[in-house]
Design a binder for this molecule. Structure first.
Ligand SMILES: NC(=O)c1ccc[n+]([C@@H]2O[C@H](COP(=O)([O-])OP(=O)(O)OC[C@H]3O[C@@H](n4cnc5c(N)ncnc54)[C@H](OP(=O)(O)O)[C@@H]3O)[C@@H](O)[C@H]2O)c1
Length: 326
């Protein structure tokens, strides 16, 4: 089988394809034939070892684990002796970033409880677009208490992998969405459920005259003071995008001060993998409430180009890599 690895921290051009024996599942594992994977900014952070403090976990001078890749959709090819949840031929999807098994390979072994049934009626390519971005979006709109119908929500970075899920989920929970995106993404984002668009290439959302119950920043450029200005009393601003170390520190420090002195809440979300949340997303997809939005599909051979494209930071939905001929 083929797998992408990196022996040292590098850009996409430094990835190597290795030919290795197909792994055998342990007693509580299944062997999955990966049909599709998708690219996330987290893959770049892991590949490059940036921001540098990540290396305290990943390995200081070189990565401890050469494997990469979070999202996968695939078909179970073999099951371990103690596997009772799955059978050969079952279609599954997951985000395996936290277990480091590496979705950028033709086959992977995963513990049975880490997988979720792939939603019916969508391709593996569409399913692979869901896990990490979808779970982040779902946890964003359900953290701090779910969104309530009629609430005003601003989503910054609405046209991206996480943003396209955020718009649809906020709309699904009954919120009125003001989306911040670039000109080329405005139509698509409106179709996904935004009622108002702020085209950031023409106007600055910081000057918006409206007040919001909830701001979700999937870019990392909303300062705590801007959030304080744009939030309604009891409103919350949630930072999920990486806007650099300086932004993070000032957001935390000033956000803490704002939290003490006002009734606004300034908070940060780090998404955690959850099979329950992924199942919820699968059900919402099957019910037609949300759809995975795919920007581009690359072949397995083109995976480094897919990462390079994603790293430009202007994806219109998810960047998917297919290993099947769907
Ligand atoms: N906290 C967590 O647990 C967590 C989990 C997943 C992802 N993330 C982070 O969330 C961020 C978004 O991830 P993603 O997967 O959605 O990335 P993505 O697919 O690359 O999307 C980023 C989007 O932001 C838009 N954008 C860029 N500059 C903008 C600006 N100034 N104003 C508004 N929109 C702008 C881009 O397109 P246009 O410029 O063309 O509009 C693009 O659509 C990343 O920083 C990622 O690291 C965090």
């Amino acid at each position: 089988m083929k797998r992408y690895i990196r022996k040292r921290y590098c850009g996409p051009e430094g990835l190597e394809v290795v030919n290795i024996p197909t792994p055998e599942p342990a007693e509580d594992e299944v062997l999955v034939k990966v049909q599709a994977t998708s690219i996330n900014p987290a893959d770049s952070h892991t590949m490059r070892g940036t921001p540098y403090f990540y290396r305290l976990m990943l390995g200081v001078s070189r990565p401890k684990n050469p494997k990469l890749g979070a999202d996968l959709s695939g078909i179970i090819e073999k099951v371990g002796a103690n596997v009772n949840q799955w059978q050969v031929g079952d279609e599954v999807f997951s985000d395996i970033l936290s277990v480091g098994a590496g979705a950028f390979g033709e086959y992977i072994c995963v513990k049975q409880q880490h997988l979720v049934r792939k939603p019916n009626g969508i391709s593996h390519q569409a399913a692979a677009a869901v896990p990490l971005a979808g779970i982040t979006a779902l946890q964003s709109v359900t953290s701090n208490g779910s969104l309530k119908p009629g609430q005003q929500v601003m989503i910054i970075g609405a046209g991206g992998g996480v943003g396209t899920f955020l718009v649809q989920l906020a709309k699904h929970y009954g919120a009125e969405v003001t989306a911040v995106c670039s000109t080329g993404k405005a139509e698509k984002v409106k179709m996904l459920g935004a009622t108002e668009i702020i085209d950031y290439t023409r106007e600055d959302y910081r000057n918006c005259q409206k007040a919001f119950d909830f701001i979700i920043d999937a870019v990392g450029n909303c300062s705590a003071s801007t959030a304080k200005k744009l939030l309604k009393p009891n409103g919350t601003c949630l930072l999920i995008g990486w806007g650099g170390f300086g932004h993070l520190i000032s957001y935390i420090l000033y956000g803490w001060w704002i939290g003490l002195r006002t009734d606004r809440k300034i908070s940060i979300l780090t998404a955690q993998f959850s099979t329950a949340d992924l199942s919820t997303l699968g059900s919402l997809i099957e019910a037609g409430a949300i759809v995975p939005v795919i920007d581009k599909i690359y072949s397995f051979k083109e995976l480094p180009q897919a990462i390079a494209y994603q790293e430009l930071g202007h994806s219109g939905g998810k960047v998917v890599v297919t290993l099947s001929n769907e």
